[in-house]
Write a protein that binds this ligand. Structure first.
Ligand code: CP
Length: 309
């Protein structure tokens, strides 16, 4: 049986191209399963998974929970706001207490970069990173690249521009790693103040003119401005950001070909994307969310198969 080269999913940086192909093939299978009248398989009925969310989430949290339930795993959910962390308990003590309840796998979102790797070094469970600060969001990149493959047939050779707040985005970094592994060409576009200085060292080109970036690409992945990670303002005003970097129907109509529009969510309608674009046939935003469940089933299933009984 094929198996992943990693014991945990901490980031796309640790995966091989073969790992991603295995995840995609497994996702194809689970996508069929979740579109059947009976959407559940008994694969993980002896596995218990804890979802630990130290930061807000709608899509990722619900998507992991549905994926785990479709695989018949037992699931417990933890939100930092209602926990004993407020009484001074450390992350490691919190997680070890949860693991004492015979938990096999932890899915964690945390505001600090490196939190998932730190956890992996200190606890005895499979770890899936559901987003660690501005570092990585591996399942988002997997569902994004899977959605491009589904829409355009393959990822290799496709031109993808990631637009917006690259500096504070874990989605951007994980997408860059996944797209490059799969042979896509990647550009980033946004105000210079929101593009990290190291980005060109990753083999990514920078384009500050949105119209030129859209004219070049097959796919535009629009990112939200992450105000929650900013201590100062990185551009004069939201209105000026939208004028320069917001994608509108008028802008898309000026291009000489249709392009695919993606967004990881949550969307700020009228800021990085107008409603007529977000709701158009060119946008695959809800397909991304649907594919997220099957991707998370695949990742969970493949890592669970490495748990020693
Ligand atoms: N795309 C994404 O991570 O969304 P949530 O923050 O709602 O999980």
């Amino acid at each position: 049986m094929s198996t992943l080269s990693v014991e945990h999913l901490l980031g796309i940086k640790h995966l091989t191209k073969e790992d991603i192909h295995l995840i995609f093939e497994t996702t194809d299978h689970f996508k069929q399963v979740i579109n059947r009248p009976i959407k559940k398989v008994p694969s993980l009925r002896d596995i218990t998974i804890a979802n630990l969310f130290f930061e807000n989430s709608t899509r990722t949290k619900l998507s992991f929970e549905i994926a785990q339930k479709r695989l018949s795993a037992d699931v417990i959910n933890f939100s930092a706001g209602q926990s004993s962390l407020k009484k001074g308990e450390t992350l490691i003590d919190t997680v070890n207490n949860i693991l004492s309840m015979k938990v096999d796998m932890v899915v964690m979102r945390h505001p600090k970069p490196g939190a998932a790797e730190f956890l992996m070094q200190h606890v005895d469970a499979k770890i899936i990173n559901a987003g660690d600060g501005a570092h990585e969001h591996p399942t988002q990149a997997l569902l994004d690249t899977y959605s491009i493959r589904e829409k355009l047939g393959h990822v290799e050779g496709k031109k993808v521009v990631i637009v917006g707040d690259i500096l504070h985005s874990r989605v951007a970094l994980s997408n860059i790693f996944a797209l490059q592994l799969l042979g896509a060409k990647v550009k980033v576009c946004g105000p210079k103040s929101l593009i990290p200085k190291y980005i060109e060292e990753l083999g990514v080109e920078v384009e500050t003119n949105l119209k030129k970036a859209l004219q070049w690409c097959d796919v535009a992945n629009m990112l939200r401005v992450q105000n929650e990670r900013m201590e100062v303002s990185y551009f004069p005003s939201t209105r000026e950001y939208t004028q320069q970097y917001g994608v509108t129907k008028a802008l898309l109509d000026e291009l000489d070909k249709p392009i695919v529009i993606m967004h990881p969510g949550p969307i700020n309608r009228g800021v990085e994307i107008t409603s007529d674009v977000a709701d158009s046939n060119q946008a695959i935003i809800l397909d991304q969310v649907e594919n997220g469940v099957a991707i998370r089933m695949a990742v969970t299933y493949l890592l669970a198969s490495k748990i020693k009984s």
